[in-house]
Design a protein around this ligand. Structure first.
Ligand SMILES: C[S@@+](CC[C@H](N)C(=O)[O-])C[C@H]1O[C@@H](n2cnc3c(N)ncnc32)[C@H](O)[C@@H]1O
Length: 360
């Protein structure tokens, strides 16, 4: 996945986020004058600005990164009374909107993952291209990536890299991580790059950087990104009015699979009556109509201009008047620190054992 490429468009050394699939996202959202919309991933406000260009729209923009929200004040001033910035997670969008008396909306857009500002700011620790503290927390709260590597059990680290990074060599990397932390704890992004390179070899021109999947896995774990996607989609389903639209842009196969399965289950795909056994209950009425069958990929032109767009996929649905289906789309999860002990599941809080303990 090319998420960690240097953004060619930088201004005065500062990273600037180039919105991906912007035209297609706004076309599918189809904002109408006077409508109420949610941009669930405000970032640098590229999507938000485009939505606000439709006259009299009211936009609630959410981001879990306090820096993104603070930087959005300038855009809010350009559109007085029309843009409300909300700091929080999109899994909590209903509660965030309820604080402003909003219960139903005309459209929700989600542009998943991290922004170029997050990736290109060395101090955030998201990028293997720049040395910085190994942090990766979008909100700056909770366990940092370094804390995970320095304290989790080897098998848990391997599980994170395998499940969320789809890293085939997760086990040897986890082993090398545990070996290395005994000598010196992890502090910076380059500490981790070094370990990934020891196991996978040096970067080769034209090939994905060897640390790509390790960084992706840790970032997804630290920010609980897949759980957020599943919960965010369901919140969107509950919030939308009939005829309202949900537009989602994802950047890697794990996210896209969740979005695809979410819409498949809600648009009646694979529910042909002829395939049901006589005693099987009627499936619920579709809560969405698929308005982007097969998904939308960026054009070659967009990818040439912005390589970060390469793996992006847009999926979108229009809400019907059927009740929300509610069931969570299947999404891979890692249960850290749970192990069998005498046949019972025991939560161990994912920390390394005390000295002399058997777990590593
Ligand atoms: C790809 S950027 C969005 C860019 C934006 N569409 C634009 O045009 O500038 C993704 C943003 O979503 C935010 N984000 C990621 N997961 C989130 C979540 N669960 N809740 C709220 N914001 C989230 C990130 O902090 C980041 O700023």
């Amino acid at each position: 996945m090319p998420e960690q490429m240097h953004n060619p468009e930088r201004q005065d050394g500062a990273a600037r986020h180039v919105p991906v699939l912007l035209t297609e996202a706004v076309e599918h959202l189809s904002p109408r004058p006077g409508g109420v919309y949610v941009d669930a991933t405000f970032g640098a406000g590229g999507y938000a600005r485009a939505i606000l260009e439709t006259p009299e729209t009211r936009l609630f923009a959410i981001d879990r990164d306090p820096n993104a929200i603070a930087a959005g004040e300038a855009l809010a001033a350009e559109f007085p009374g029309r843009l409300t910035l909300l700091h929080g997670r999109f899994s909590e969008m209903e509660a965030l909107l309820a604080e402003h008396g909003i219960e139903r909306v005309d459209g929700v857009v989600m542009d998943l993952g991290v922004s170029s500002m997050q990736l290109d700011t060395a101090g955030r620790g998201f990028s293997f291209m720049q040395e910085g503290p190994l942090d990766m927390r979008m909100e700056g709260e909770g366990l940092s990536a370094a804390e995970v590597l320095n304290t989790f059990r080897e098998e848990d680290i391997a599980e994170i890299l395998k499940t969320y990074g789809e890293e085939r060599r997760a086990r040897p990397i986890a082993r090398a991580i545990v070996r290395r932390r005994k000598e010196r704890p992890f502090k910076t992004t380059f500490d981790l790059v070094e370990v990934a390179e020891t196991v996978l070899g040096r970067p080769r021109p034209g090939k994905k950087h060897p640390a790509t999947r390790t960084f992706q896995g840790l970032r997804i774990f630290v920010n609980r990104e897949l759980e957020e996607v599943a919960k965010g989609l369901m919140a969107g389903e509950r919030l939308l009015k009939p005829g309202g639209r949900l537009v989602v842009v994802s950047f890697h196969s794990l996210e896209d699979r969740i979005v695809k399965r979410f819409f498949a289950a809600r648009t009646g795909r694979g529910q042909a009556a002829s395939r049901r056994l006589p005693h099987e209950p009627e499936p619920p009425a579709p809560s969405f109509i698929d308005i982007a069958p097969g998904g939308v990929a960026p054009s070659e032109r967009e990818v040439a201009r912005n390589p970060r767009a390469r793996s992006a996929r847009l999926r979108a649905g229009e809400r019907t008047d059927a009740p929300p289906i509610g069931e969570a789309p299947p999404s891979p999860t890692v249960s850290i620190g749970e192990r069998k002990a005498g046949g019972r599941r025991v939560a161990t809080r994912g920390r390394a054992p005390r000295k002399g303990g058997r777990r590593r």
